[in-house]
Write a protein that binds this ligand. Sequence first.
Ligand code: CTP
Length: 411
Amino acid sequence: MAPNVAPLLEAHLAPAALALAQRLGRTAFELGIQTYLVGGPVRDLLLGKPPRELDLAVEGDASALASRLAAAGETEVLMRSQFLTFKLRIAGIEVDLATARRERYASPGALPQVETAPIAEDLGRRDFTINAMAVALSPQRWGELLDPLGGQEDLARGLVRALHDRNFQDDATRILRGLRYEQRLGLRLEEGTERLLRRDVSFLAAISPDRLRHEVERILDEPAPERVFRRAQELGVLSAIHRPLRWEPGLQEATLRLRQRREAHPLAYLSLLAHSLTDEEAKGLVARLNAPVDWRRVVEDVGRLRGALSFLDDPGLRPSEVEAVLKEYAPPALEAALALEHRAHAQRWLQEYLTRLRYVRALLTGDDLLAQGVPAGPFLGRILDALHRARLNGETTSREEEVALVRRLVG
Ligand code: CTP
């Protein structure tokens, strides 16, 4: 008999999500459709964690269910795709609803061709056994666990196991996904899976820049991205993404320092990853990831900062001098530079800039100056700059002092 995990649903789903899962199971059942919780949330439930999202698969027509839900109210269709999937918001909760399906890949890295299929086949097209389980939500089968590929046993043994030996060839983003699961969930790639991964690492070349960036982004959002990077280095994954990319052992310590002070910006980890690249190599990474401007800045700035920071190792600098230089760089790149910096004064200035100086503004605005009779134009701009510098340096601390400074400057 199939095991039943209803107690886990009841223990780990938030009350509103639990009520919604029951309602979805019932509504679908009335339409003759079976509904399942599937993939990541099932894995998380079995690990005793609250699921991060509600991913559902239906045997039958997801669009019929989506229409029925929409007709009953409280349901918004946020997205529908050509792959028979819907993103819905029902009573304020986001739900991913997919029609159980089989997929055929015309060529490695290509988008799959899709047909409807029974849930067991849908599970069989997935990436890893731990993600290939489903829990039935219909009233009759509430909580029934479908685990045709041994996911529960692999979870218990701490293994990330590929479903078949073309797993990474079909979709090489699974290489990065596998490493993410390993490190986030404290699991280990099963031996044969690790061999397949090493064999197929070159298939990453077939992944489009946007898909690759999306996977890198998911790594940056992990609580400890450096663990994924370290493992990716070990398995030859980083150089398959971009030949010169490396994660050096010394960077582990820098990432600890990065998190010591406060929560790090996710892009600070990307900056650390890119810190030893030459300008040309950094440009290559930007192109490989089709990086948007904020990514491009952290990748390129960290290299530019290497040479630029020697002047900071001086306790006698004025805050306005520090600010004038550091404002040219993206803050996550400065966070990375701080984590890599060993000179005490440079550390202190970077820290001071990141936590305070970059937020300092003069109290008077351009409008205030116009009201005081300063004519519009470049002169006004220079006065605003002088006010900003004075405030950075602690020479003015109130509106009155700023007004007095303006009078002196105009005079
Ligand atoms: N999946 C897959 N191959 C991929 C991407 C996804 O087989 N390249 C399957 C997996 O079964 C996965 C499910 O689709 O569990 C949903 O994908 P996603 O939401 O990306 O994964 P989660 O497991 O929910 O990951 P996370 O916990 O990081 O959100």
